[in-house]
Design a protein around this ligand. Structure first.
Ligand code: GLP
Length: 253
């Protein structure tokens, strides 16, 4: 039986705990690992668990390198809404990582050569309500690599709430491409909340199509999707893909 995707369903607390343990184990076994990181509300609990672990067990990040998935264009890095500020606040300022080892896609040639020299061991992903990964919006070719993109109307309205007024939100961003994401060794995608249920159902049960960028992850050999019960609510667990192969589904709590 071929498995396209592993799907773990549990509470948000269990998800944050399990995903943080996978990252901690990687950092302990491969102290020079390269982590691919994501922003948004979804991974915040994982970062909090990594910070707690660092305080308790002194997990050592001083040789770890990171590359984030995306960053707004034309926004100062110290702007409160930049993804650099998010990462510093949620993780980097609280662990012993060297800030010069933490990278964001703010210039395409730099990131392309960084990725070539530093293959990513583990990529953490969230998913946009429209199925985007990073800022690879619906319609993005699967062959795309790191580049500057215009944000879709969907994404502009979804993310405008983070800015004081909607017109402050940048209309463009740098993002790793889909081909960059598919090159990483291991992928973990997390989705939580009822607003993600519809897109998660399409991603797992629908066709693999550029119209839903995250659906391409089913072609990656090592991808695990962690869902809370709300995000998993629309999955039809009687389908052949769950009972006869394709998707290995596990209830973790
Ligand atoms: C943002 C980011 C994505 C993120 C997604 C989901 O626009 N570009 O990398 O995964 O939207 O965000 P959230 O976790 O807040 O739902």
């Amino acid at each position: 039986m071929t498995i396209d995707m592993r799907v773990m369903i549990g509470t948000k607390t269990i998800i944050d705990d399990q995903v943080s343990k996978i990252i901690i184990n990687l950092v302990n076994t491969n102290p020079k690992a390269v982590l691919g990181l994501a922003t948004g509300s979804t991974p915040a609990g994982v970062y909090a668990a990594l910070v707690n672990d660092h305080i308790t067990h002194r997990t050592d990040y001083h040789l770890i390198k990171t590359i984030n998935l995306d960053e707004y264009a034309n926004l100062d890095t110290d702007h409160p809404n930049s993804y650099r500020t998010y990462m510093n606040n949620h993780l980097f300022d609280h662990i012993n990582i060297r800030l010069e080892h933490t990278h964001f896609p703010d210039s395409t040639p730099f990131v392309a050569s960084f990725l070539e020299q530093h293959p990513v061991n583990l990529q953490l992903l969230g998913i946009g309500n429209n199925g985007h990964i990073g800022f690879n919006e619906p319609g993005t070719p699967f062959e795309s690599s790191v580049r500057l993109v215009s944000l879709s109307d969907d994404t502009l309205s979804q993310n405008a709430r983070y800015f004081e007024t909607p017109d402050q939100m940048p209309k463009k961003a740098y993002t790793l491409g889909i081909s960059d994401i598919l090159k990483v060794h291991q992928i973990i995608l997390i989705a939580t909340g009822p607003h993600k249920a519809r897109i998660i159902k399409q991603m797992i049960e629908g066709p693999i199509t550029p119209q839903l960028p995250a659906s391409v992850l089913r072609r990656h050999p090592d991808v695990t999707v962690y869902l809370d019960h709300d995000a998993a609510a629309l999955l039809d667990q009687s389908l052949d893909i769950y009972t006869k192969g394709g998707v290995a589904l596990d209830i973790i709590a």
